[in-house]
Design a protein around this ligand. Structure first.
Ligand SMILES: Cc1cc2nc3c(=O)[nH]c(=O)nc-3n(C[C@H](O)[C@H](O)[C@H](O)COP(=O)(O)O)c2cc1C
Length: 183
């Protein structure tokens, strides 16, 4: 069960990056990440019939295609989805790698709301893209700052780690179910 994790934060000491690393630590199978910061701005002129996609776009599409499940971990900016993440999703709308793919969204914020606006918007976009949004694996993590260790860049709060373990377990269970149905 290969898990691909995408971060909506490009910040070196990102709290969402800490959540992402912790989830990958908890996932027993193969996993990977993709560098969405290297993507050009989405332009349908570069994405038409017969067009060769820019190399970072092709790499992202391959990474999503090869994953059995996708996890998005993101902050919320101005009650919305970070532009870099929406840009990445826009590159994936027409190419189809997300169709039927089990996907979950985790938003982490220093505030009590846990990035709820961005979480809802991401789920809506992924549903529109006909991804299989596994609601039971989605999380809004509030007051994330003190729950992470800047030195290890991991989550240290035991309750949050237990909840993340449950979330990634539900996502991988959905992916396993999908591959069992397909075979
Ligand atoms: C431009 C900007 C807008 C922000 N807007 C929100 C917001 O609407 N809701 C929220 O919960 N946090 C907001 N924040 C705070 C981020 O959640 C916080 O900076 C967080 O640490 C970013 O995630 P990261 O640590 O993974 O980079 C904003 C931060 C910035 C820089």
């Amino acid at each position: 069960m290969r898990l691909l994790a995408l971060s909506g934060s490009l910040r070196a000491r990102s709290s969402n990056g800490a959540v992402l690393r912790s989830v990958l630590d908890l996932h027993p199978g193969p996993s990977g990440t993709a560098d969405i910061g290297a993507l050009p701005h989405f332009n349908p002129d570069l994405d038409g019939e017969g067009a060769t996609p820019p190399a970072p776009v092709a790499a992202l599409r391959t990474a999503v295609a090869e994953a059995d499940a996708v996890l998005i971990v993101s902050p919320e900016y101005a009650h919305g989805v970070p532009g870099v993440l929406k840009n990445a999703l826009d590159w994936l709308v027409s190419s189809g790698e997300c169709v039927g793919k089990p996907v979950a969204v985790i938003t982490a914020s220093p505030f009590p709301t846990g990035g709820d606006h961005a979480n809802a918007q991401l789920r809506e976009t992924l549903r529109m893209m006909t991804g299989d949004v596994i609601t039971a694996a989605c999380r809004e993590l509030p007051a994330i700052g003190p729950k992470t260790d800047p030195a290890t860049q991991r989550v240290t709060d035991e309750a949050t780690l237990a909840d993340l373990r449950t979330a990634v377990g539900r996502l991988t269970a959905a992916a396993n179910e999908r591959s069992a149905t397909a075979s």
